[in-house]
Design a protein around this ligand. Structure first.
Ligand SMILES: Cc1cc2nc3c(=O)[nH]c(=O)nc-3n(C[C@H](O)[C@H](O)[C@H](O)COP(=O)(O)OP(=O)(O)OC[C@H]3O[C@@H](n4cnc5c(N)ncnc54)[C@H](O)[C@@H]3O)c2cc1C
Length: 508
């Protein structure tokens, strides 16, 4: 049962007030825009005449629909305008406008950022319509507004793919800039590791193409430095790989066997080839039911390829699963499995074209582990889950194996510093749209608290794409030793700090 199915069967959801920080551009309130733009219609009208896209202002059609991000905890934030760009020139004109009017401005690709940093009381630069996808020999050139569903659909139809995330409605923009974890990253690396070039509109309006030779420092920062920091990426060019069928082993284990199963799972990478990726997902619900422990494995190959590795794992664990399913499917089907019964147009968030995917509110945090958690740590982890359940909380921990091709790059070869990690974990809980903000605020506190509980065994790192507004030393957690170099890049490409978010890279 993946995140969405777990969501589907799970409990109620809510919305939450703006995260800490507040002084930055993203979702914080910068100089209340309305008063300083009194002759509003005039200047907004002038901007609109310069654009091939559209300017949506409060009260206008679609404004309410398109101002919102995926996480409904930020529905209270009302941008002074949502500018739906259809060209690089639209981005340039809107940036110039924001500078001249001293308005906060944030780019938005898929709107799936965890902490609402792609919404603001200033201007939302909506790139959602800049979503063209072109496949070339060994490459794919993709507009920053494209969603994973369209990418998997269109690339898959041509027998190629790029390694990216598992949820189809996520935008390629934020995902790539933060790294990009997914089921084939041990085979092909992170999404950002497959980036060949990017077109970027800088704060001063210049449009540059960056790659390993040109503006290489910016290109370095765009691979793991996180979205919303250095400029507006309008187009990505990726290296593609040829797709092949994928075999999925999905299983559940008795929670009482937690430490044995987790010990075997953590040791698995010692024998696991790179074309096999695995997840461990402890999930807990109402105290009336026992927590669940799910192990999911994705093998680029057949059941015959996967079986010896599965048998080895079970042997190491020394227990029998409660339930197992094994299936081999085309690559495209596996990547689009998050769509469930929905067809491609419907497999978008409500408000995005014919999208039917409901939004929800959620709270999350993350950790990285360089070494297996020892028995005593696994007992602490197991107890933390039981305590959370007893406290009436529900949630899941999504643990993704790493190593493999992810380690082919050193920690300082891109801004994604978490190389060499054995696995990442996301602590996650969710709420139905419209529930009181303070409920999700409270949840943000307890999901964040797992970082403290497990700190004796973690690297201290955190994944910028599972951004957690409560992480105080975020610069170190997200970027480690790469932070000073990121600050240098910030100072070079956004010296006046136009792109400002609460947990952003500060110029030197
Ligand atoms: C349901 C769900 C499932 C997820 N699954 C995965 C997964 O499997 N693997 C994984 O690695 N991550 C996953 N994520 C996390 C996801 O990668 C991040 O939330 C990511 O930042 C979302 O990108 P976006 O473009 O959709 O979001 P947005 O909210 O549009 O952007 C996120 C941040 O990037 C900035 N940004 C966006 N586009 C640009 C651009 N073109 N130029 C400059 N800055 C930009 C925004 O200003 C914001 O600060 C998931 C998130 C959700 C909500």
């Amino acid at each position: 049962m993946d995140r969405r199915k777990f969501l589907a069967v799970s409990l109620t959801t809510t919305a939450l007030s703006a995260c800490g920080g507040g002084s930055g551009g993203g979702n914080g309130s910068i100089a209340s825009s309305s008063s300083s733009v009194s002759s509003e219609n005039g200047i907004w009208g002038q901007l609109a005449t310069q654009l091939s896209g559209t300017v949506l202002r409060p009260g206008q059609n679609d404004y309410e629909l398109l101002r919102r991000v995926y996480n409904t905890r930020y529905d209270h934030i009302k941008p002074v305008a949502v500018v739906r760009c259809t060209s690089v020139q639209d981005v340039q004109a809107t940036l110039a406008f924001a500078r001249s009017q001293k308005l906060a401005i944030v780019p938005r690709s898929g709107g799936h950022g965890y902490a609402g940093y792609s919404t603001t009381e200033g201007i939302v630069l909506d790139l959602g319509q800049m979503k063209s996808i072109q496949v070339g020999p060994g490459t794919a050139t993709i507009g920053a507004g494209a969603r994973l569903v369209d990418i998997y659909d269109q690339l898959g139809a041509q027998g190629v793919g790029i390694p990216a995330g598992s949820c189809p409605t996520v935008g390629i923009g934020g995902l790539t800039l933060g790294g990009g974890i997914g089921i084939v990253d041990r085979a092909y690396g992170l999404t950002c590791d497959n980036l060949l070039a990017a077109e970027v509109v800088l704060a001063d309006g210049r449009v540059i193409e960056c790659d390993a030779q040109n503006h290489a420092d910016l290109f370095w920062a765009l691979r793991g430095g996180g979205g919303g920091n250095f400029g507006v990426v309008t187009r990505f060019t990726f290296k593609t790989h040829t797709t092949a069928d994928i075999t999925t082993f999905d299983s559940y284990f008795d929670f009482n066997d937690f430490t044995r199963v987790m010990s075997a799972w953590q040791a698995w990478p010692e024998t696991l080839p790179n074309h096999i990726w695995a997840q461990a997902i402890p999930g807990w619900n109402s105290p009336s039911s026992s927590p669940a422990l799910q192990i999911r494995v994705f093998c680029i190959g057949s059941i015959a390829d996967m079986t010896p590795h599965w048998q080895h794992f079970l042997q190491q664990a020394g227990v029998t699963p409660l339930w197992v399913s094994q299936v081999t499917e085309p690559y495209r089907s596996v990547m689009l499995s998050g769509c469930g019964e929905l067809n491609i147009p419907a497999c978008h968030v409500q408000g995005d074209g014919q999208g039917q995917y409901p939004r929800n509110a959620f709270a999350a945090s993350s950790d990285f582990f360089a070494k297996p958690i020892p028995e005593e740590g696994l007992l602490v982890l197991k107890q933390a889950i039981l305590d959370s359940q007893l406290a009436g909380n529900y949630g899941m921990m999504i643990m993704d194996l790493m190593h493999g091709a992810i380690d082919e790059l050193a920690a300082d070869e891109t801004a994604f510093v978490h190389r060499g990690a054995l696995f990442s974990v996301e602590y996650y809980t969710w709420f139905r749209a419209g529930t009181a903000n303070n409920q999700v605020d409270a949840a943000q506190v307890w999901v964040n608290s797992f970082r403290q509980t497990l700190s004796p065994w973690t690297t201290g790192g955190a994944y910028v794409n599972y951004i957690d507004p409560l992480i105080s030393n975020y610069e170190v957690a997200y970027y480690g030793a790469n932070y000073p170099r990121l600050q240098q890049v910030k100072a070079t490409y956004d010296p006046d700090w136009l792109f400002k978010i609460p947990q952003g890279v500060k110029p030197l």
